[in-house]
Design a protein around this ligand. Structure first.
Ligand code: ATP
Ligand code: MG
Length: 563
């Protein structure tokens, strides 16, 4: 069978290398005429911020809709008024849009379907498939049994249809207190699948809802609401994570018994986990609440907001999600792979400038005092299209403190007394010595330059082994740079014995005396650059001020990660 025949509107550039298992299921459904279109959705609960795992789900669902010429819906699964907040609705929408998953005008709220869900429940009662139960939550749990013990039927299971209709109506009208009565599906207390043992589908909760206010005091349970939401929106493939696999028979039961035509089907895939980072909403929340990180968008978090603030691009996250692929078994992906993706994305796109993070003064004693000159330096040697810029050179420069050593070890090719190096884009300089303070700290490094060796002059007289970067002391802008390490260290164990996170005390280093090329003073929030030899940096969106940007290191340049 020709696998791709049912594919409509497949973008030309998308190479079909191998189909993942979800695509194969969809191909089959289209070929067999189960569906004649593809419609997917992303259904977050507005109870927190999104993280990299959600990005995977968003891009998977959106990508499938794109691939099959179908539609992608954004739907807030806001059926639980206890934990949900409007603030999360706005941040989630912004994150999804930033990732480039375009839901056009299809923004939905599950709470808009409460009326239809109520009708579905009434239909089930009329069919003898649902009943009002007076057991307490503890009793329901006890009656449910477990993997080895079958469940016990509720004494209220055989109420008449009329009585059930009346009681359910009274639940809706607010006659009962929270927990006093619930509506349960009447399925099978002996089912080996515990989810099928007369699950609760409606509960009483006298609570205001962010969207429907006080209109309702009964709320549908997730397992009942979710399939109905999908069916109402004509979703074809309801893609969710593995923990819902055992709920699939109930999903199918709900759409069948509620008599939806052409009902959706659920397909499960494995959650994305990353090493050395904190992904669970619960843990992230704790870090924020304990003040260990600077809010949900702290650059050390893999929340979408944190990744954006750190300087990750939507392209790099899309690339990452593509590389990870879709699996049916849980596994952890190396964080280094995410870093690889941002490096690859920025490599040719961003200018490469000079920034000295940990400065020491370099004085070129034979360069005329008061003189400066302008050098033309290419912005990115691997991408000519980025052009070049003019950089001022003078007698006093800043170089990295660790680019000078008074007594170097073997194979140290940078500055030490008697050694010559190239100053990037400028001249050869030969170290003549240094000055130190009373504590023995180097305060100034001295050197002489050779005017014959100017970059681009074609000088071939001799070679040097080291090239170091620099900025001109009178010209450079002083800025703050922040360097990050992973917030937890997997090798030392992610959790302590008491279940708390084993935090890396060095996850943030603030450097307040960095010097950068003067044009960087004008950089705007989210602008990113390569700082030569030091990594990729992005202007912090929260703490930067006009003319005084703060730079977050996105990622260093080196990696042991190989694809
Ligand atoms: P968390 O477990 O972090 O609290 P959640 O599953 O409670 O997340 P929801 O808002 O319910 O968050 O999830 C929205 C969608 O995102 C669901 O379809 C869910 O399966 C998916 N999702 C959540 N976490 C991951 C993950 N780590 N990898 C892939 N998909 C995920
Ligand atoms: Mg959830």
């Amino acid at each position: 069978m020709e696998k791709d025949t049912a594919v409509v509107n497949k973008p030309e550039e998308k190479k079909v290398v191998s189909r993942n298992f979800i695509e194969m299921e969809i191909d089959k459904d289209l070929a067999e005429g189960v569906y004649d279109h593809v419609q997917t959705r992303f259904p977050p609960e507005p109870n927190g911020y999104l993280h990299i795992g959600h990005a995977k789900s968003i891009l998977l669902n959106y990508g499938l809709a794109q691939e099959y010429g179908g539609k992608f819906n954004m739907r807030f699964d806001d059926t639980n008024p206890t934990k949900e907040k409007i603030e999360f609705v706005e941040s989630i929408k912004a994150d999804v849009q930033w990732l480039g998953a375009d839901f056009e005008d299809r923004l939905f709220f599950a709470s808009d379907y409460f009326g239809q869900m109520y009708e579905c429940a009434v239909l089930l009662i009329k069919k003898g498939k649902a009943f009002v139960c007076d057991l307490s939550a503890d009793e329901i749990k006890e009656y449910r049994g477990d993997f080895t013990t079958p469940g016990k039927e509720s004494p209220y299971r055989n109420r008449s249809i009329e009585e059930n209709l009346r009681l359910f109506e009274e639940m809706k009208e607010g006659k009962y207190a929270d927990g006093e009565k619930v509506l349960r599906a009447k399925i099978d207390m002996a089912s080996p699948n515990i989810n099928m043992r007369d699950p609760v589908i409606y509960r009483v909760a006298h609570m205001s809802h962010h969207n429907t206010g006080d209109q309702w005091c009964i709320y549908p349970m997730y397992d009942f609401a979710h399939p109905i939401e999908d069916a109402i929106e004509h979703i074809t493939h309801s893609i969710c994570t593995l923990e819902f696999e055992d709920h699939r028979p109930l999903y199918d039961w709900v759409v069948r018994e509620c008599e939806f035509e052409n009902p959706p089907r659920q397909i499960e895939f494995a959650k994305l986990y990353l090493t050395n980072v904190v992904t669970g909403k619960r843990y992230i929340k704790k870090l924020v609440e304990d003040g260990i990180v600077d809010g949900w968008d702290d650059p050390r978090l893999v929340s979408i907001a944190g990744l954006r603030r750190r300087g990750y691009t939507p392209e790099s996250i899309r690339r990452f999600v593509d590389l990870v692929g879709v699996a049916k078994a849980d596994s952890s992906v190396d964080y280094a792979m995410l870093e690889y993706c941002i490096r690859e994305d920025l490599k040719l796109k961003r200018p490469r400038l000079m920034a000295v993070l940990n400065p020491v003064r370099l004085v070129i004693d034979n360069y005329p005092e008061g003189q400066t000159e302008v050098l033309e330096i290419p912005n990115n040697l691997e991408n000519e299209e980025l052009g070049s810029r003019q950089v001022v050179f003078g007698r006093e420069l800043y170089i990295e403190r660790d680019d000078f050593m008074e007594n170097p070890p073997r194979k140290y090719f940078r500055l030490f007394p008697g050694n010559e190096v190239r100053l990037m884009g400028a001249y050869f300089v030969k170290c003549t010595g240094c000055e130190k303070d009373a504590d023995g700290n180097v305060t100034v490094v001295h050197a002489t330059y050779d005017p014959e060796t100017k970059s681009g002059s074609g000088f071939t007289g001799r070679k040097v082994k080291g090239t170091i970067h620099w900025v001109c002391a009178g010209e450079a802008t002083k800025v703050e740079c922040r360097l990050y390490e992973n917030i937890v260290d997997e090798e030392k164990g992610k959790l302590n014995a008491d279940g708390t996170l084993n935090l890396n005390p060095n996850s943030l280093t603030v450097l307040k005396n960095c010097y950068v090329e003067p044009e960087l003073a004008r950089a705007k929030a989210y602008d990113s650059f390569q700082f030569m030899r030091n990594g990729y940096f992005c202007v912090d969106c929260k703490d930067s001020r006009e003319g005084a940007p703060v730079f977050n290191r996105i990622v260093s340049l080196k990696s042991s990660f190989k694809l």
